[in-house]
Design a protein around this ligand. Sequence first.
Ligand code: AAL
Length: 408
Amino acid sequence: MKSNTICTVFILLLFICLAACIPDPVREAAPEEDPIEISQEKIDHLGITNPDKLSAASKRALAWPDLGNEWFGEFQVFDLKGDLAYEEGVVRRDPSALIYEEGKYFVWYSKSTGPTQGFGGDIENEKVFPWDRCDIWYATSEDGWTWKEEGPAVTRGAKGEYDDRSVFTVEIMAHKGKYYLCYQTVKSPYNVRVKNQVGLAWADSPDGPWTKSKEPILSPADNGVWKGEEQNRFNVTKKGDFDSHKVHDPCIVPYKGKFYLYYKGEQMGEEITFGGRQIRHGVAIADNPLGPYVKSPYNPISNSGHEICVWPFKGGIGSLITTDGPEKNTIQWAPDGINFEIRSVIKGAPHAIGLNRALENSDTEPFRIFEWGLTHQYKNYNYQYIRRFSGKRRVHHVAKGASARTGG
Ligand code: AAL
């Protein structure tokens, strides 16, 4: 062999050796999958044909936490009687939770009158939303069906105050013999870029009188940047945090010796993403009911939802997620009040639910909290009214004429 042939062969061999030693980046990037632990019982329960050939769906089913069907259920909605029955020309919406005191249920809600003109005209004098120009009213009932409207509880502030335009979407917390209402506030002028805040009022009795906080207890994040001067809420240079535009639907829950204020965030430059509007929930925590409330660094704590509907369950917090986002129509639970996981998917729940706090004491049946409560419904865009829901776990699927025991 000539010396340059020997040299070529040597170089070739060297390349082959080097190539064998260099790790294959594609192969290395795909780590070995952890083998899934599968018991015969589980395979039988899930009806898997061949455990050596698992579809993506079967892999997900095998990875599910051990859940029964106790988080799954269905809802029905009914008309109320008395003063909360539908009334032409009046908006009653966003009922608070119900509390039971001195033999009566109490509920608070947003109330306004007259139709909505919207943002097209004279926003100084007209009504831009059904929840514009609202005050917070309350009603009582002995049986939860027939209600007596008792009068206003918290009214709008004087001109120039942070709540001079509307006080609305209220929640109640009863704690150690005192009562706290938290609610959304807007200051005039109500244009599409106006920031919305949260106010608080407290009293020694559910009938008041209520003392209002001089300042809001929660405000939007201040890190979004509007683009241009035009009143357009979609035009931004920077969107900012999930709650850079509005903090809405506040609900305070006493939890682990502190006060967790759950709320919905609306973001400047909100988009429609998969599953609906970009709505996410956050939480702010205080040592005292009156605050100061400090936003959790883990916010947002949901990627979906709309009105806040939260309740204590089994040492953690349950949350009903409706309306917007990829996880809408799910019930979620967080063992620590912050890290929520999906526990069930439901057909669709009544909107703006006011939970019945008198049902809160079950630690074994998560769906019991939905036995009955209040919700609101749109008669049309101008007028909404309060109704009653009942929720039931789904435990049977039975053909006509068959019994729940034998099926068919
Ligand atoms: C409600 C709530 C908030 C919104 C509007 C009034 O159901 O989510 O209160 O601002 O709709």
